[in-house]
Design a protein around this ligand. Structure first.
Ligand code: FEO
Length: 403
């Protein structure tokens, strides 16, 4: 085991012993241009406990960090807060090397781990609210189903006021800085929002319930230690307040115009629509899918009120990059959006109908008449696009005044 890696103390009895992944650029479809970390934590209690593990290729890095504090063979317990493979992928190897006396997970976690790892060791299920004595301190478990998977749970270490929150409050950001207060606030805001939009968004109703559930416990939380990105040890309101805001998804005076274009006709239409919106005082973001990634689209939608989508027709379909984004957005379930559709075509023009169907399927309220243009938009068609933009702006203003 190499000694180039070291653990970092994050509270009186807890060390970060995770791994930094500087190279990852795609996390199941979410682009991660700044890498990530897989955070595991070691609790130095009478019963030495490891909270979560790391993605399989990073096993040796984690074990080396543990070895900088204690002999890994001294670990008594392992807790799996979340059974996605970035946190449990090497669990079987860790169990084989460390030989802990017990491994714990939620009931759903036990089932998942069996199906993922096909392990032959016994994992003990813990219940919501159950406590586990580590001798001189105690852990309490809280189920947080669907943040991010059905198995997910938080674990609270009262002695240090430390909440192990697995995916919640995390971000995909590779840094040597282990604490949020060592990083610029605008970086934290952007990375946490991108992560929320791409990972947590569909579970927003569950997030609100989990925040209430945590508040009701009376736990004195001084540190939040997620499974990705930096540890929050100061100004916890920074991330908690943002989670509340993002989970509510209150619409804002912002429109996102997303398009895919073949010969710039759909692009001209997008620009005319965006001009009208901006002239009406709406904050507008235009994203060309010939360049922008799906992750950027959902990030921009996180605090928007309108989604306007356009595509050329290619072989009786919308362009494939638009189909990709519509599928991605539908899965992430943004709410409280109004929308509209536009597009161009050469001879058949199915893209706009398909986009209307897609928006309706996402429960986006389509508020303007679709504009569809054969070949290249002339002045009349561009005026129709402008009108579409004005209609969306006016409807958005109405909705915002009602909220
Ligand atoms: Fe970081 Fe849902 O795994």
């Amino acid at each position: 085991m190499t000694d180039i890696y070291s653990a970092i103390q994050v509270s009186d009895h807890v060390y970060w012993v995770g791994a930094i992944d500087w190279s990852i650029r795609d996390f199941h479809g979410y682009t991660t241009p700044h890498g990530s970390t897989y955070n595991a934590y070691l609790i130095l209690a009478d019963k030495i406990t490891l909270i979560d593990t790391v993605k399989k290729p990073f096993l040796e890095e984690m074990l080396a960090r543990i070895a900088s504090v204690i002999d890994p063979a001294k670990i008594d317990y392992i807790i799996s807060n979340h059974s996605e493979q970035d946190h449990c992928g090497c669990l079987s190897e860790v169990v084989g090397r460390v030989r802990p006396s017990k491994v714990f997970a939620s009931a759903a976690g036990v089932k998942n781990l069996g199906e993922i790892l096909h392990n032959d060791y016994v994992i003990q299920a813990v219940r919501d609210g159950e406590t586990l004595s580590l001798g001189n301190m105690e852990l309490t478990f809280m189920e947080t189903r669907m943040i991010h998977w059905p198995d997910s749970m938080f674990t609270f270490l009262a002695k240090d006021g430390l909440l192990f929150s697995q995916d919640a409050f995390g971000m995909h950001l590779a840094t040597f800085e282990r604490f949020a207060d060592e990083l610029p606030a605008d970086m934290l805001e952007y990375e946490a929002a991108t992560y929320y939009a791409n990972i947590v968004l569909p579970y927003s109703p569950v997030v609100l319930k989990a925040l209430e559930k945590v508040a009701a416990t009376g736990w004195e939380i001084r540190t939040i230690a997620p499974d990705h990105g930096p540890v929050w040890r100061r100004d916890l309101g920074f991330i908690l307040d943002r989670y509340k805001k993002w989970a509510v998804q209150k619409p804002a005076n912002k429109a996102v115009v997303v398009y895919a274009t073949m010969w710039h006709s759909t692009e001209s239409m997008a620009k005319a629509i965006a001009e009208a919106l901006a002239q009406a005082g709406v904050s507008v973001k235009i994203l060309s899918l010939n360049e922008a990634h799906r992750s950027e689209v959902i990030f921009e939608l996180l605090e928007a009120g309108a989604l306007i989508v356009g595509s050329s027709t290619l072989n009786n379909n919308m362009l494939p990059q638009m189909a990709d984004v519509m599928t991605y957005i539908r899965g992430l379930k943004p709410v409280n959006l109004i929308g509209a559709v536009f597009g161009s075509f050469g001879w058949s023009g199915e893209s706009v109908k398909d986009l209307e169907t897609a928006l309706k399927g996402m429960k986006v309220d389509v508020v303007a008449e679709t504009v569809s243009v054969r070949h290249v938009p002339g002045p009349e068609a561009l005026e129709k696009c402008h009108e579409l933009g004005r209609t969306v702006a006016s409807e958005l203003a109405k909705r915002l005044s009602q909220k």
